[in-house]
Design a protein around this ligand. Structure first.
Ligand code: UDP
Length: 236
């Protein structure tokens, strides 16, 4: 049974790299499209926010010495490149996608207009939000929280390389255990890193749950929307 009808999926830029050192890995991209297609076919309305860390990050060592706002604008434009790649891969796979940008670059993609985004979602199109929040000093996690709240998503799904939130780093510590659910308050007290503080606060204040899950596990996204015990749910 479907537990979510409208989701906001947050993919980090790094998720698109696959095993590559930077950029966009074609096979990884196509695999993600299949995961997304799996839930679109179930009738779930899907909006996506993609990061840009695989191309440029305003706080990366490569941006050191740069004006922070300029570096952040570069990071936002990097997210747009990823959005174009994802939308192209989706359209090739027969999943209709529309990219909407927080920064006006109308020759490339249409601007973000909330009612239009809602219309696309109702039509069953996947909406891909580009250029983060459109403002420097923010992250695409915050963009995911913001757009998620704006479009009335029932959950923000944060795709990561591990399958949820653990009590210790599962890569370094084999005894680490995964939380199935955790409250926002517990996550703060136990200093569990879920999202950056701004994004986390926005979700908490709006009562918008976050589910952290592994995008590289085939079928995990489908499990999430079907309400199976996948990843970690952070809730009020
Ligand atoms: N960015 C920004 N404002 C936003 C979203 C992103 O300035 O609202 C910039 C910032 O420099 C950030 C970069 O874009 O480092 C890429 O986003 P992010 O680091 O969130 O990508 P991810 O880590 O998810 O790949």
């Amino acid at each position: 049974m479907l537990v979510y009808k409208r989701i906001l999926l947050k993919l980090s830029g790094e998720a698109l790299m696959g095993q590559d050192a930077f950029g966009i890995n074609r096979e990884t991209l196509d695999a993600m499209v299949q995961e997304i297609r799996g839930v679109v076919d179930l009738g779930v309305q899907v909006a996506v926010v993609i990061g840009g860390g695989n191309i440029f990050r305003g706080v990366a060592p490569g941006a050191q010495g740069m004006d922070r706002s300029t570096a952040d604008y570069m990071g936002m434009l990097a997210t747009c490149i990823n959005c174009l790649a994802l939308a192209d891969a989706m359209n090739r796979a027969g999943v209709t996608a529309r990219v909407m940008s927080a920064i006006n670059i109308e020759q490339v993609v249409e601007p973000y207009v909330r009612p239009k985004a809602l219309q696309y979602l109702d039509e069953g199109k996947v909406v891909v939000f580009a250029c983060g929040t459109g403002n420097p000093f923010f992250t695409t996690d915050t963009a995911a929280a913001l757009r998620g709240a704006e479009i009335g998503a029932e959950v923000v799904l944060k795709a990561t390389k591990v399958d949820g939130v653990y009590n210790a780093d599962p890569v370094k510590n084999p005894d680490a255990t995964r939380y199935s659910t955790v409250t926002f308050d517990e996550a703060i007290i136990k200093r569990l890193k879920v999202m950056d503080a701004t994004a986390f606060a926005l979700c908490r204040d709006q009562g918008l749950p976050i589910r952290v899950f592994n995008i590289f596990k085939t079928g995990a996204l489908k499990n999430v929307v079907m309400g199976k015990d996948e990843g970690t749910l952070v809730h009020v």
